[in-house]
Design a protein around this ligand. Structure first.
Ligand code: PNW
Length: 476
């Protein structure tokens, strides 16, 4: 600790401020909010197919209506403006824009995103556009999906179509959201679409996603103005172990390779980790990595999107199968270890781990600019008799994570923005509507929107560009 200088103003009681120009946003994804699955030429996505299979989604919930954002987007943008957001992260539905997965764009599908972007800009909100948040056209899955190398070219073509229409108005582009989820939840345990469970396929898919990202970056650069920024949203996690033995450290290394380095290394170093290749040699010879692929995967990005919810706890040895974490190549050597503390559907709540994660990325990969592209928590929110949604738990969660983020900035990490998950309660994948992540509550029967206490609190954060005290203001 250094003593405060005699002449500096007393800042001890000032709320911690964020850098000038900091992006404050909230995020959604097309399949989770839009509904209107048959509108204007959209074809089914892999998630339409997956959610139609009995038993895949809690309560049999479907995304046919979701939160009706396709029709209510103007009202939703008005709510964003009320919250004071300066950034809105949304995703484009590939089967709306390119219903056949190849060839010309469906103009009516692009029109929706064009209207949305104009509405955002008219309200002073910068669009942050994710090209792929998991819902590719089913017709492409019928051709093998991400297991088929051709998918990487399909993705680059799709990226070019969206950029050609929206590139003049969208300043920040995200290629893929959480490729870990697509590869591992979608192809190892199969609890996400397309519901495949095959270890060799998982690694093939991971590589094709890394390659598709790079091809997507190149397609975007070719179509976008030089001022546009290009990004990817990964979901890396600090990996921890409860007891620091040599065996447990090896479990940490293996888990870190499968969760983090399999995406960060090709992206930021242009190579796969040697230990990952060795750990998985009995599954694949990695022959799917062709000359030039890694140079493509490491095409420069402007900012790294980091989605953070929880750290990962692991230990050595066999354990019960965990559908969220299949340790491809290390099954029987790694398992999920118990962790203490309050927990959510994603695991324990640990804000300090966010600071640790950001410092680790800077230490291992250099000073890449970072945007937190997702962070948030689900809670069973209800509208009270006074019309308020009291979600004090979410306010505490946000407060703790913003404080940790501010600490990381003070440590020297170059953080450009914070986008929370989610703007609004929505279709939470395998949990259906049972998990509410929004700053805005949605009544499932009436679609009525109510800003939660956390939304009012977040408005204060944005207005001050600083972390205000915890007490939520009264609604209204
Ligand atoms: C992310 N896991 O999903 C997604 O980007 C969002 O679409 C989603 O709604 C949000 O987090 C909240 O869940 C994840 O199993 C789904 O570790 C599952 C996992 C992580 C992220």
């Amino acid at each position: 600790m250094t003593a405060p200088s005699q002449t500096a103003p007393d800042r001890r009681h000032a709320p911690p401020e964020f850098p000038a120009g900091f992006r404050w946003g909230a995020a959604t994804a097309a399949f989770q909010v839009e509904g209107a699955l048959d509108a204007d030429g959209r074809t089914p996505s892999v998630w339409d197919t997956f959610t139609a299979v009995p038993g895949r989604v809690d309560n049999g919930d479907r995304a046919d209506l979701a939160v009706d954002h396709y029709r209510r987007y103007r009202d939703d943008v008005a709510l964003m403006a009320q919250l004071g957001l300066n950034t809105y992260r949304f995703s484009v539905s590939w089967p709306r824009v390119q219903p056949d997965g190849r060839g010309a764009a469906n103009v009516k599908g692009l029109d929706f995103y064009s209207r949305l972007v104009d509405e955002l800009l008219a309200n002073g909100i910068e669009p942050m556009l994710t090209l792929y948040h998991w819902d590719h056209p089913q017709v492409l899955q019928d051709a093998g999906g991400w297991a088929n190398r051709d998918m990487t070219e399909r993705f680059a073509d799709y990226a070019a179509l969206v950029a050609a229409r929206l590139g003049d108005r969208v300043p920040l582009w995200v290629t893929l959201n959480e490729p870990w989820c697509t590869a591992f939840l979608g192809h190892a345990s199969g609890i996400h679409a397309p519901g495949v469970a095959d270890d060799a396929t998982t690694l093939t898919v991971a590589h094709h996603l890394n390659l598709a990202h790079g091809l997507g970056v190149q397609a975007l650069r070719a179509a976008l103005p030089g001022t546009a920024q290009v990004s990817i949203a990964l979901n890396p996690a600090p990996v921890r172990t409860p007891v620091d033995t040599q065996e447990n450290q090896d479990a940490v290394r293996r888990a870190d390779a499968l969760r983090n380095r399999i995406f960060l290394d090709p992206l930021l170093r242009g190579q796969y980790p040697a230990d990952l290749i060795a750990d998985t040699a009995h599954i694949t010879d990695w022959g799917f990595v062709r000359d030039g692929d890694l140079a493509t995967a490491t095409s420069p990005i402007d900012v790294l999107g980091v989605n953070y919810y929880t750290p990962l706890y692991v230990a050595a040895g066999p354990g019960p199968a965990d559908p969220y974490n299949r340790w491809v190549g290390s099954d029987g050597l790694v398992h999920i270890a118990p962790a203490d503390g309050p927990s959510t559907i994603h695991g324990v709540v640990d804000a300090a781990a966010l600071r640790e994660l950001l410092n680790r990325i800077r230490h291992d990969y250099g000073p890449v600019p970072i945007v937190i592209a997702e962070n948030g928590v689900a809670s069973p929110d209800t509208v009270g008799p006074d019309g308020r949604v009291d979600d004090a738990g979410r306010v505490a969660y946000l407060h703790a994570h913003l404080a940790a983020l501010h600490d990381a900035i003070t440590d020297g990490v170059d953080v450009r923005g914070y986008v929370m998950w989610s703007l609004i309660d929505n279709f939470e994948w395998v949990y259906g509507y049972s998990q509410r992540f929004g700053l805005i509550h949605v009544d499932r029967d009436t679609q009525r929107r109510t800003v939660k206490d956390s939304g009012h609190w977040f408005r204060q954060v944005i207005a001050a560009n600083a972390i205000p005290p915890l007490d939520p203001p009264a609604a209204g």
